[in-house]
Design a protein around this ligand. Structure first.
Ligand code: NZQ
Ligand code: ZN
Length: 387
């Protein structure tokens, strides 16, 4: 059964090798003042920065820049951007980079004109945004988060050691996003597989909850199969356009709300990973991969039929002569094998976690779950399994 729903996704996507040719016409739809945001150094190294500055110039834009956005963007960077927006009366925030830059752009977009402390109001108390929202556009350089087509904005408050995600409504989604899979060719291998697993995890978080027969779960299975086959190609040949373009679109589909529409969802792996990220600053998708296998082994018995479906429909596990428990575990083992094939670490230690951090992560993670409510002790148990 599908729950009743309203669906509206206002982001315009330009996809493919010539996608950047649409930037000029998009820019012409906004006022003169642009805040250009990017990460540490990849956009300058690849030459994309120069191309974009040229287009901005041609459109007669007055540009201010916010460079050096961290992976796992910081709240202090959001505040820096807010000041630039107010001081320069910015009409459009143009984010060029991965999910971190796009998330940070959305955070600035809602926070620049907020009354009071935006962190407390919007990321902790989840208040509705009641102030002017500055429009965001994006040129994506890394596939994974789907931030290019959703309202998510995950920010780390470094003083409070809290990494929190907030999902805003369509008014905060990027107005347009430019996706050229060739830009992802230069993403380092460990970041590429981090992105792949982030996509995987988004799909699983939406899949492992609820038992109804609904179109959304079939969609997820299809996107997962495309992702698995393309990731296996891309990990061997990062310059394979077909594989990289599939991965890029799987990423967008994975969390542009279409594959989670109208069904129950889990998200506990993400809740735990966000606090792992707050303590270790590890790449998001790698953290998710490490936590996923012990987490799914732990909750599998509470949603056994769905795990059986996952094993047979996604991994093609043969069910003949096996009981449900065995089939389900073979599905999770296939997931673990995929993680290994991607060359992703399998322990928290490899991601920089220490034994002392585990209780702190368990305590500070948001508690919840799909088939089983995870309390502090459950989370600590899972973390110890993958330490
Ligand atoms: O900083 P630069 O030099 O640009 O390098 C980046 C960064 O080091 C590099 N990179 C990106 N594109 C590149 C490239 N290097 C070479 N060539 C390119 N074309 O890759 C590194 C990682 O970039 P980042 O933006 O941090 O990665 P990702 O897209 O995985 O974003 C991760 C952030 O998004 C949040 C995560 O928690 C994390 O903070 N998420 C956002 C979500 C959302 N908005 O819906 C949902 C996700 O679940 C996730 O939580
Ligand atoms: Zn994610």
């Amino acid at each position: 059964m599908l729950f009743d729903f309203e669906y509206h996704n206002p982001t315009k996507i330009y996809f493919g090798k010539t996608a950047l040719s649409n930037l000029e016409s998009e820019l012409n739809g906004f006022g003169k003042n642009v805040l250009l945001m990017y990460g540490k150094n990849s956009v300058k190294k690849t030459g994309l920065y120069d191309e974009i500055v040229q287009i901005l110039d041609k459109c007669g834009k007055k540009v201010v820049e916010l460079a050096g956005i961290n992976s796992n963007p910081r709240y202090s960077q959001v505040l820096q951007g807010c000041k630039l927006v107010r001081d320069n009366d910015v009409d459009l925030i143009l984010a060029v980079g991965g999910g971190s830059v796009v998330d940070c752009a959305k955070a600035i977009s809602v926070s620049a004109y907020a009354h009071g402390d935006p962190w407390q109001r919007y990321w902790i108390d989840y208040e509705d945004v009641d102030n002017k929202i500055v429009p965001v556009g994006s040129v994506l350089t890394m596939a994974g988060t789907a931030s290019e087509m959703n309202g998510g904005s995950v920010i780390t408050n470094e003083d409070q050691v809290i990494k929190n995600g907030r999902v805003y409504g369509p008014e905060v989604y990027p107005k347009f996003s430019i996706l050229n899979p060739e830009y992802t060719f230069t993403v380092p291998q460990h970041q590429m597989v981090s992105g792949v697993f982030d996509i995987f995890s988004h799909l699983l978080e939406q899949y492992f909850s609820g038992d109804d027969d609904n179109v959304t779960d079939y969609l997820i299975e299809g996107v997962l199969k495309a992702l698995i086959s393309s990731a296996k190609v891309a990990v061997k040949n990062p310059l394979d356009y077909q594989a990289r373009s599939n991965i890029m679109w799987c990423a967008t589909l994975g969390l542009n709300t279409i594959t989670g529409l109208s069904k129950e969802q889990d998200w506990e792996v993400h809740m735990i990973e966000h606090q792992l990220g707050a303590y270790t600053d590890c790449p998001h998708g790698l953290g998710l991969a490490v936590i996923s296998v012990p987490y799914y082994k732990y909750i599998c018995k509470y949603g056994l039929d769905k795990f059986v479906r996952f094993a047979t429909n996604v991994w093609g596990i043969c069910a003949d002569g096996k009981d449900k428990n065995q089939i389900a575990l073979e599905g999770i083992d296939a997931l673990a094998d995929f993680i290994k094939e991607m060359g992703i670490p399998t322990t928290l230690r490899e991601l920089g976690a220490t034994k002392e951090m585990l209780p702190l992560i368990a305590k500070s993670s948001v508690k919840g779950g799909g088939y089983k409510f995870m309390d502090e002790n459950d989370i600590l148990f899972v973390l110890e399994q993958c330490f």
